[in-house]
Ligand binder design. Sequence first.
Ligand code: FES
Length: 369
Amino acid sequence: MNDNQTTAAPVEGHALVPASGDGQVLPASLAAGPDTFEDPGLPPHIHRAADIDPAAAKRAERQVATMFGISMLGALIFVVAYFAIRDEATFFLPGVGKTSTQNVVLGLSLGVSILFIGLGAVHWAKTLMSDEEVVEERHAQASSPEARAGAVTVVSDGVESTGLTRRPVLKYSLGGALGLFALPLGLQIAGSLGPVTVGELKETLWDPENNGGKPIRLMRDPEMTPIKLADVTNGSVFHVMPETLQHSIDERKHVLEGKAKAAVILIRLDPNDIKVQKARDWGVDGVVAYSKICTHVGCAVGLYEQQTHHLLCPCHQSTFDLTEDCKVIFGPAKRALPQLKITVDDEGYLVAPEGFAEAVGPSFWERKR
Ligand code: FES
């Protein structure tokens, strides 16, 4: 043997044979090729103490029974505590403070009961239940060539029996019927996602034609009471609906749809904090109203940070700056919240003289990329 030759120790069950060329030595089963690969089988089974020693088995049995016994005890303590400890009984728990005694005892006893059922079951399975290795032979993956040929024949006979190959008129008319049948479906889908929806989002209950052409009062949601300018103090927030929603409620028509599109948030800022002239002009003395529907995917923008004048959408954290006409300063929304123009009527109530100037809600159809 020269210095470049390598040797290998025999593997159990495999005779070693020299390989050709480089002098390497391979097990006989591998050297013979993949078709004659031998199943190495399972390693020898190692018996557990409880399998071969009756005393160990008895000990394991007692351990499992003890765990189940502790579980029973926990359940009994739960029942007793449920009736015996008064609801108002408390004690001081370090790090937590005043704590309900009954809650703690019920929680602990139930926890112990469940824990020891689990521990007992696991211990039982690991020490006493059979752990013999089992091998299930896998059936052949592919069907036999005869079975496959039979399946092809059945399909071919089926196609032949329809007469499609012999009757081209039927074949082409069927193809046309199926192709045209897809058209109405496609149109319906395209139509639903297209301009019709945008148009619908531009129409809301704030449009004056829903009120005989008259300005629409801003109402508290859900009380549906009108709001006076004087009610809106600096920093306060109102969730607002149009008074026309009451008509929908009375007529029981499109109430949810109307509410979903018309939701508005009303806030009063110091007018000097509003940096955009249009936003100032569309409000009254610093009171401004914006659509509450996030322009990302339509969640309700309901969180107002009074110090920063930011409106936050809780769904994906889009943040809108009230001082800059609700432009997006953070998050996935691509468009500012639409502002609702408001003014005050003769009785001092806040009203919207016209509807939204743009569509409310998500604006995915306007994206360029
Ligand atoms: S829906 Fe408002 S951030 Fe996504």
